[in-house]
Design a protein around this ligand. Structure first.
Ligand SMILES: *Cc1c(COP(=O)(O)O)cnc(C)c1O
Length: 372
């Protein structure tokens, strides 16, 4: 398999080879890498719950009672009381009749889309939807149509031409992962009603932070603001009953560890009882955005805690990320193929628990490279 070496060499020559940074501490506003302290601006632990003492305590207590592995898939013997409690909690959070858990958000998307759509159907998606949605669409075998980012009038044009298909499924991220902008969910929902389409929304980045939208199928993840791991779908009891019987990524895989369910339940309780975490998050987002705008950077259309600094050049983006890292700030450079060529960017994700001086240092260092 010498071709692997050739492929890797090509990626390396193009400056596109990616490697991992190894974290030696918990996810928090700061992390340790290679024994050194870094301020972290590329974590989805938006509300600081991944390392919250009560969340940890909930997980530890659950390990004491239930052990570590769940032992089997959900339909065999891998459904614990904690899985059911969490499904109830999620239905309450999203204000739906029912909820179903998957081991990850990726699996929730892939399993749900491929169970809901087949060869006779059409799936219509936003151009900037998450990769897991695209993979689910491909797996479904349905006809896949793409509308330009957030262009509802184009979506309507497509819907008008799809009345002959058995069913229509429209899917959008609510917050787009690379740009941090927000989908016009209400308008999309109106179009879906008018043209008899099902609407599925991916709430991965909004769960726990933004108030819930309404849709036929609400997908989300426990791995971001909730600080745990696991995916879910909320909707009617008919929807979740159907998915339990048809979604292959639910049926043919071991269920998530019970301790992670306990952690997620505790996180949701904390979010419901401490709204000030979200206030702190928005304060931090404002500080960062104001600081960066003053320097004159293009932040795209961000309306959330995800803030792209669009540089539009691969090597320059990498150089900026490297400079920040050398100065104790960890920000990821996002490149092709994750974003189109010419849209290379630093992608900042802001969390609720920084100190003011962390944000001050970020802006100072970015200002230095921005002007140099
Ligand atoms: C992170 C993410 C997922 C996948 O969720 P995981 O739980 O990490 O597998 C799906 N959709 C979107 C939009 C995401 O950002």
């Amino acid at each position: 398999m010498n071709w692997l070496k050739d492929e890797i060499k090509t990626l390396t020559e193009q400056n596109l080879f990616r490697s991992e940074k190894i974290i030696e501490s918990a996810q928090g506003p700061h992390v340790t890498i290679d024994g050194k302290d870094y301020i972290l601006f590329c974590s989805n632990n938006y509300l600081g719950l991944a390392n919250h003492p009560e969340v940890k305590h909930a997980a530890i207590s659950a390990v004491e009672k239930y052990g570590v592995g769940s032992g089997a898939s959900r339909l065999v013997s891998g459904t614990s009381k904690l899985h059911k409690d969490l499904e109830e909690k999620l239905a309450e959070l999203k204000k739906t009749e029912s909820a179903i858990l998957f081991p990850t958000g990726y699996m929730a998307n892939v399993g749900t889309i491929s169970a809901l759509a087949g060869k006779e159907d059409v799936v219509i998606i936003d151009k900037l939807n998450h990769a897991s949605i695209i993979d689910g669409c491909r797996l479904s075998g349905a006809k896949l149509l793409v509308y330009p980012h957030k262009k509802v009038e184009k979506l309507i044009d497509i819907l008008k031409k799809c009345s002959k298909h058995r069913r229509r499924l429209v899917i959008t991220d609510t917050i787009f992962s690379m740009d941090g902008d927000v989908a016009p969910v209400d308008e999309i929902q109106k179009a879906c009603k008018e043209y008899d389409a099902m609407l599925m929304i991916d709430d991965a980045h909004s769960t726990g932070i933004f108030p819930p939208h309404k849709a036929d199928i609400i997908m989300g993840t426990l791995s971001k603001a909730i600080g745990s791991l696991g995916g879910f779908v909320c909707g009617s009891k008919d929807l979740t009953d159907y998915l339990r019987n048809k979604a292959r990524s639910y049926i043919y895989t071991t269920s998530m560890p019970p301790a992670l369910c306990a952690a997620a339940i505790e996180s949701i309780n904390i979010i419901q009882n401490e709204p000030e975490r979200i206030t702190r998050l928005w304060d931090n987002v404002k500080t960062v955005k104001d600081g960066l705008k003053n320097i004159g950077f293009n932040l795209g259309q961000s309306q959330s805690q995800i803030i792209p600094i669009i540089i539009g050049n691969n090597d320059k983006t990498l150089a900026m990320s490297k400079y920040l890292f050398e100065n104790g700030i960890f920000v990821q450079a996002i490149r092709h193929p994750t974003v189109p060529k010419g849209k290379e960017r630093l992608r900042l994700t802001v969390m609720s628990e920084y100190m003011k001086k962390d944000l001050g240092l970020l802006i100072k260092k970015i200002k230095f490279i921005g002007s140099g």
